[in-house]
Design a protein around this ligand. Structure first.
Ligand SMILES: Cc1cc2nc3c(=O)[nH]c(=O)nc-3n(C[C@H](O)[C@H](O)[C@H](O)COP(=O)(O)O)c2cc1C
Length: 238
């Protein structure tokens, strides 16, 4: 790869030797500079859960590129348990939307009073509009990775798939593409709609497309449903 100066970067091992010879601190194989770090933070700040999509489709090859990034995620024992189902069939999309509508109505019924009114006003999925739709599963039966890391914590299979989802989410945002996670669904019904193996655990259904607007604040915060809290509330020391 080329450094900013245009010079070809020395290989990893050469750089290490150079560092040893010159006594200079060897940092890392890649020069991630301050600009990159600032942009990476911006990516986190501008990543949003998107429920309002423009109608234009993603350019050809985009989803394959995003899925390839997702597959770079860490996974327990290198098990790579992620399974991606690209949902193209109009009938299956319709069935997922119907399931969402039913589950969302049940969720609404679980609230009372003003919070129910508030919930009813939220838009909680872009299933009717999103040009690209993806269901993600974790294959609990996979032999890949030979069970390493899973004996005491079998749930690490699901954690690995979530790691892949986050990689895809950020890679999409870096291309100006919005992602919306839909969990207001019945996993058993989704599995039947998509006809996937029993051993696959449903992780989430994802809507992808170009967002109607760009925001730095979560939609639920803007709607007054919940607020972001400072990191100090979540960190403790022992
Ligand atoms: C596991 C998971 C499930 C989610 N399910 C839904 C959902 O069904 N509907 C929805 O509108 N948002 C869903 N979200 C999005 C969250 O509401 C959103 O991440 C949160 O409000 C913060 O907003 P932000 O992602 O824009 O920062 C989900 C997010 C996660 C991580």
């Amino acid at each position: 790869m080329k450094a900013k100066s245009g010079r070809t970067k020395p290989q990893f091992a050469v750089r290490r030797k150079l560092a040893a010879a010159t006594g200079k601190v060897y940092e890392c194989a890649m020069d991630f500079d301050d600009d990159f770090r600032a942009q990476l933070r911006d990516l986190m700040v501008w990543r949003r859960d998107v429920r309002r999509f423009r109608s234009e489709p993603l350019p050809a090859g985009t989803l394959d590129r995003l899925l390839a990034v997702a597959c770079l995620a860490p996974s327990v024992g290198l098990s790579q348990p992620w399974r991606f189902v690209i949902v193209e069939s109009a009938a299956r999309r319709r069935a997922v939307l119907e399931d969402f509508t039913a589950c969302n109505a049940e969720a609404l019924a679980s609230y009372d009073g003003h919070i129910a009114t508030h919930y009813a006003a939220l838009k909680l999925a872009g299933l009717a509009e999103a040009p690209c739709q993806l269901a993600v599963f974790a294959d609990r039966d996979t032999a890949t990775g030979h069970g390493l890391g899973r004996r005491t914590m079998p749930e690490t299979i699901e954690y690995s798939v979530v790691a892949a989802v986050i990689a895809l989410w950020l890679a999409a945002r870096a291309e100006g593409i919005g992602v919306g996670w839909v969990s207001i669904l019945d996993p058993t019904r989704v599995k039947a709609i998509l006809d996937v193996p029993d051993a696959w655990r449903f992780i989430g259904y994802f809507c992808l497309g170009y967002p109607e607007s760009e925001e730095t604040e979560p939609e639920l915060a803007r709607a007054g449903w919940e607020q972001r809290r400072p990191p100090s509330e979540f960190v403790l020391r022992r």
